[in-house]
Design a protein around this ligand. Structure first.
Ligand code: ATP
Ligand code: MG
Length: 297
């Protein structure tokens, strides 16, 4: 029997360990209520996966964490500071510390890979174009994408490569937190494996705190320390992957079983582990260049 639905597994729940604290949040678009009394904590150093039905509001929620969408009610605190109270300089700091991988990659098609990766550095730092290019090359190495792609335009890249550029853009700022929205959506099984391995590697090497919104159960269960399921406007089930996998709660069971069926179908279609992935080597043990933590700001 799984624990009560509201259980929050907080091994270290001291105030300093909470990166995002979401309290009683509500959000609706017209009559469409997405969130109501939603509570969630994101803890320093963890990888938290968010799952839930399509259209339930996962992307909107992730955007709220990054202060890209306003709340109707409740509050979101980032390191103890209410987003609603942040002035422009605090918001700039938030956007320097929190990397974002958008659901559809959201690359600027009129900009090169280098300009895409360096966008936030250009906006938020005084780095020269040369320094930004150097950083972009290091980030390409980190996401296992060939350096020669640096002057390409996104439209010429495959889906897997675009995802990697989106990842490289998120890590270019040396973030403390990375918010991933469906980082493996639309990829074949081999690329899903590669990207999931990359998320784990970034977590291990850079010690970032990660929130991963995903439909893909392999990614959710493979990379996370905790999983939160958005169900009927709130995070109704929050637990470790092990416990959630064996949950007997109806909505959890149904969601996981359906998602696992889809996963099996996809594997049958493509063949497990087939192909060599795109844009990088066939292996997902990518070479990682450790990036020093940014100085405390
Ligand atoms: N800016 C907006 N204005 C009006 N409605 C919106 C807006 N943004 C999102 N919505 C609606 O809110 C609902 C939830 O959207 P959201 O993209 O967060 O879902 P999701 O859980 O991420 O879905 P998926 O799993 O398909 O990515 C959708 O019905 C969407 O059409
Ligand atoms: Mg979404």
């Amino acid at each position: 029997m799984s624990p009560p639905s509201t259980t929050v597994v907080t091994a270290d729940a001291s105030p300093g360990a909470v990166v995002f604290d979401v309290r009683g949040v509500a959000k609706a678009f017209g009559p469409r209520v997405l969130l109501q009394q939603a509570d969630l904590q994101v803890l320093r150093g963890e990888t938290l996966a968010i799952i839930g039905e399509s259209g339930s509001g996962k992307s909107v929620f992730l955007k709220m964490l990054a202060a890209l969408v306003p709340l109707d009610e409740g509050e979101v605190l980032y390191k103890g500071e209410r987003l609603a109270d942040m002035d422009q300089s605090a918001l700039d700091r938030l956007h320097r510390e929190v990397g974002y991988v958008f659901q559809n990659d959201a690359l600027f098609d009129s900009m090169t890979v280098c300009e895409n990766i360096g966008y936030a550095l250009k906006e938020h730092t005084k780095q020269s174009d040369e320094q930004i290019r150097e950083r972009a090359l290091v980030c390409l190495d980190m996401v296992n994408l060939r350096r020669t792609a640096i002057d390409d335009f996104p439209s010429g890249l495959s889906g897997g490569m675009r995802k990697r550029v989106a990842l490289a853009r998120a890590i270019a700022i040396e973030p403390e937190v990375i918010l991933y929205d469906e980082p493996t959506q639309g990829l074949d099984p081999q690329n899903i494996t590669n990207i999931a391995a990359m998320i784990e590697e970034l977590q291990r090497t850079l010690h970032v705190t990660s929130v991963v919104v995903t439909h893909d159960m392999r990614t959710a269960f493979g990379v996370s320390n905790r999983i939160a399921m958005l169900h009927e406007t709130r995070f109704a089930y929050i637990d470790t992957p092990e416990r959630l996998m064996h949950s007997t709660e109806g909505p959890v069971r149904e969601f996981i079983d359906d998602a696992m069926d889809e996963l099996h179908e996809m594997f049958d279609e493509h063949g497990a582990g087939s192909g060599s992935g795109e844009g990088g080597s066939a292996t997902h043990t990518m070479p990682m260049t450790p990036v020093p933590r940014p100085e405390p700001r």
